[in-house]
Design a protein around this ligand. Structure first.
Ligand code: GUN
Length: 297
């Protein structure tokens, strides 16, 4: 079998188009412009690339983009004061503090100081609890993007067996909650799981989010299964230079799977698209307006 390639780049462009339509309607009917504030502390090069890309796409869908760049040695009280101002600012509907933060800052404390209604990353403890109990929440962007692609490809996920490899707060745990919410039978596997290959071989849906390059190989995959690859790992090419690969070994998995997301061009582009979707959702909720359809969990 040669797997269907799930084109995350094209799907993300479609989602951004839906967001742009929603933003245009909000402006026209209500004179409201959704606003997203991104806070970056320090000079981490990867974070700078993400933040620039987020700002550009925020403006492209018609939203207001606010950027706050703080020095790497900013005291926690100063960062908390910035967040407090953004919490109180009616032009700001979404707040994202770029992670990782410098080591002297307490990430949990900082994230939990964001107004949960503006927590478009879905990392605030209130949103984690709401998701875990099946209540309306802000859902973390990467798992939301994976869920959208799975629903688009399969329609209903009800009764499917899903194995999530990775137990991070950002991807693995919320992904498992979302799949459970869609009535999958869910296993969370991780680096200590015994006979991981045998566990993964049970799955109709495999979500690989462990951060280990090409760890999941085709012989782990049940024929016809769907592989969602969240990994982004840079490896050396045998003939020089580097390239990006996922947590799944693409060639061998694609030979067995029914469908697979590539790296790059799979889950990655969906993350920012879902951030914009969450900002639109937050803006609608803040104004007591109906939420956009198809852009929430
Ligand atoms: N750093 C890498 N990915 C993310 C993300 O999704 N949200 C935040 N806040 N920081 C990140």
């Amino acid at each position: 079998m040669t797997a269907t390639v799930i084109d995350g780049k094209a799907f993300a462009a479609k989602v951004r188009g839906q967001v742009a339509d929603g933003v245009a309607k909000l402006k026209e009917a209500h004179g409201i412009t959704p606003g997203l504030a991104v806070v970056l502390v320090g000079e981490d090069p990867a974070s700078q690339v993400y933040v620039r890309s987020k700002g550009k796409m925020t403006v492209e869908v018609g939203m207001a983009s606010f950027e706050h760049r703080l020095d790497a040695d900013t005291p926690e009280a100063d960062l908390l004061a910035v967040i407090e101002r953004l919490n109180a600012d009616p032009a700001v509907h979404g707040i994202l503090v770029q992670l990782p933060l410098p080591a002297h800052l307490d990430s949990d404390q900082v994230i939990n100081s964001i107004d949960p209604a503006k927590d478009v990353d879905g990392f605030h403890i209130s949103n984690v609890g709401l998701l875990g109990t099946g209540q309306k929440s802000m859902v973390p962007c990467t798992p939301l993007g994976c869920l959208m692609m799975l629903r688009d490809y399969h329609g209903s996920l009800s009764g499917m067996t899903a194995v999530v490899i990775g137990r991070s707060n950002i991807v693995g745990k919320p992904m498992a909650q979302l799949l459970l919410g869609d009535s999958c039978t869910v296993t969370i596997a991780h680096s200590r799981t015994k006979d991981l290959a045998a566990v993964v071989r049970q799955a109709d849906i495999v979500v690989a989010a462990v951060g280990r390059a090409q760890m999941v190989t085709g012989d782990w995959i049940k024929p016809g299964a769907t592989v969602i690859d969240v990994g982004i790992n840079r490896i050396d090419n045998p003939d020089g230079g580097t390239r990006l690969v996922g947590d799944a070994d693409y060639e061998s998995c694609a030979a067995v799977a029914g469908a697979i997301t590539p790296v790059p061009g799979g889950v990655g582009p969906m993350t920012i698209a879902c951030l914009l979707a969450n900002t639109l959702t937050a803006c609608c909720r803040a104004n007591g307006l109906p939420e956009p359809e198809g852009l929430t969990a």
